[in-house]
Write a new protein. Structure first.
Length: 272
């Protein structure tokens, strides 16, 4: 479904546009004012879940919750899916991105409109430790507050954060990094050196770049980070946390495509 088709689909009667509470309509953070973060909210209902855990809406849309990633397997995934199924058939508000991904899913923020207080689904799952923040699938990332919710759940060892599999991996734990290749991980460590090249920048975390952990940042993302005051001078010798799919490149690597996939562990989050 193309963006223009989706626009027409919305206009063809997915449901009336509801009067939206002020807390939902107004920006919660500077990120919400970015282009693409102020999509119109539409009424809908969750009909069922796909085998992959995506939302099948009564309107016919297939959606994934923006900004988060459900556990891959095990009891935490079962609990997350059960929480989503409990919201089935309730009236909801959906803010969907303009077009689908290659799996025909739209990225959407979903909020229950028939509850008091209303529940924003991504927030509820992250706060309960039933989902991780995944900014890498959304450009721009419109919910930076999710990182704070995740940090609280992690500190309280809620849900998946009680499981060693999901805890952040230190860059020096080479065996654990190798075991997690191909998985979504949180990795923490100190940036030892930075290599800026024409098309990408490399954050190196050890003395042997061909063996140690590396973060790979494409030119566009590196410029966005630099524009925020988070260039080489701000990152070198600083401890950071990064998240993404771990790749078997040299030792191990993450590719960062959204600045919010990196958090400073000294001095707070990246400035916006």
């Amino acid at each position: 479904m193309t963006g223009s088709t989706l626009k027409a689909f919305w206009g063809a009667g997915l449901g009336i546009v509801l009067t939206i509470p002020a807390g939902w309509a107004q920006p919660l953070s500077p990120a919400r004012r970015l282009p693409g973060c102020l999509a119109e909210a539409r009424s809908d209902r969750l009909q069922t879940l796909s085998p992959e855990g995506d939302l099948v809406l009564a309107s016919g849309l297939l959606a994934r919750l923006a900004g988060i990633r459900l556990p891959d397997e095990g009891p935490h995934r079962v609990a997350a899916l059960a929480r989503l199924r409990a919201w089935a058939d309730q009236p909801i508000l959906v803010q969907a991105a303009a077009g689908p991904d290659r799996w025909s899913r739209v990225s959407a923020r979903v909020r229950s409109s028939g509850q008091t207080p209303p529940a924003e689904w991504s927030h509820a799952l992250v706060e309960a430790g039933l989902a991780m923040v995944d900014a890498g699938l959304d450009d721009p990332f419109c919910q930076p507050e999710l990182l704070a919710f995740e940090a609280t759940a992690r500190e309280r060892r809620l849900g998946l954060w009680a499981d060693d599999r999901y805890k952040p991996v230190d860059v020096n734990e080479s065996e654990r990094l190798r075991d997690r290749i191909g998985s979504f991980v949180l990795v923490e460590g100190r940036v030892r050196s930075i290599g800026e090249r024409a098309q990408r920048t490399y954050l190196n975390f050890g003395g042997h770049w061909a063996e140690d952990f590396t973060i790979i940042i494409p030119r566009k993302t590196w410029k966005q980070m630099s524009d925020r005051g988070m260039g080489a001078e701000a990152l070198k010798n600083r401890r950071i946390r990064a998240r993404g799919i771990l790749q078997p490149w040299q030792g191990a690597a993450l590719s960062i495509v959204i600045p919010d996939m990196i958090e400073r562990l000294e001095g707070g989050r990246l400035p916006r």
